[in-house]
Design a protein around this ligand. Structure first.
Ligand code: GLP
Length: 241
């Protein structure tokens, strides 16, 4: 595991964008696993800048997002499809037909999970999976549990995640109670992982994830077992390391 501590959110975003930009330059038809949340907004903005400066092209890139709220259509402004379109896809030359986000409106959860897994396999697997980190150690929407979930599946969101994410909705009642997420197994199959975390509020969970025991009670701790992980932190998130 390579851990980089940067001075600010801006530096963290640039350093993380560089990891992605380097891969896209080396392998223009790579498969990116992408993430939502407030953490990666800055790094997506950096990638858009690189594209506008002619330094990078996403024309042959395929992408698979980690997760999506269950029940929200892609044009809902809190759906993760909408987030990806507005923060990245609408501003670069990626072929939107090659961008994948679980379909929040599919009533058949099992079929959706299996189809998503099959699509990832068919694309050749994920080259680099970008991850943010929830306050309780969740990645994607894999909440603390008794086991590590293996494949893409539906989860009941915890009260802490519903509360944390309610800031983005008009009221807490509008936050979906379920979501689709890649499993920990799906994430661990990626050939490379890039975890980005900022802010003092996540310092404790960063310490637990990187230096505590590997346990499904701290889902991101599984990353300790992955052979190629880059962690980019700002100095606040790294405070307790
Ligand atoms: C959300 C998402 C995660 C994200 C995490 C942290 O619930 N499902 O993929 O990494 O919470 O979000 P943020 O970056 O806004 O703190």
């Amino acid at each position: 595991m390579n851990v980089f501590v940067t001075d600010s959110y801006e530096e963290m975003s640039r350093a993380a964008a560089d990891v992605i930009a380097t891969l896209v330059a080396e392998k223009p038809d790579c498969v990116l696993g992408l993430a939502t949340g407030s953490t990666p907004i800055g790094l997506y903005a950096e990638l858009v800048k690189d594209y506008e400066a002619g330094k990078i092209s996403f024309a042959k890139v395929k992408s698979f997002n980690l997760d999506e709220y269950r029940g929200l259509p892609g044009d809902h402004d809190q759906s993760y499809r909408y987030f990806m379109n507005t923060n990245l896809f609408d501003h670069v030359d990626i072929d939107k037909a090659q961008t994948h986000v679980p379909d929040g409106t599919n009533p058949d959860a099992e079929a959706e999970g299996l189809a998503y897994e099959a699509a990832i396999e068919e694309a050749g697997g994920v080259d680099l999976q970008l991850l943010g980190l929830g306050h309780n150690g969740h990645i994607g929407f894999n909440e603390p549990a008794d086991d590590f979930p293996v494949i893409t599946h539906v989860v009941d969101l915890t009260e802490s995640t519903i509360n944390a994410n309610s800031r983005l909705f008009d009221s807490i009642d509008e936050v979906p109670r379920q979501a689709y997420t890649m499993g920990i197994g799906t994430i661990m199959k990626a050939r490379e992982i890039l975890l980005v975390v900022n802010g003092e509020g996540k310092a404790e969970i960063v310490r637990d994830v990187l230096t505590g025991p590997v346990t499904p009670r701290v889902p991101a701790s599984a990353l300790q077992l992955h052979p190629k992980v880059t962690v980019v932190l700002d100095k606040e998130a790294a405070k307790l390391l």
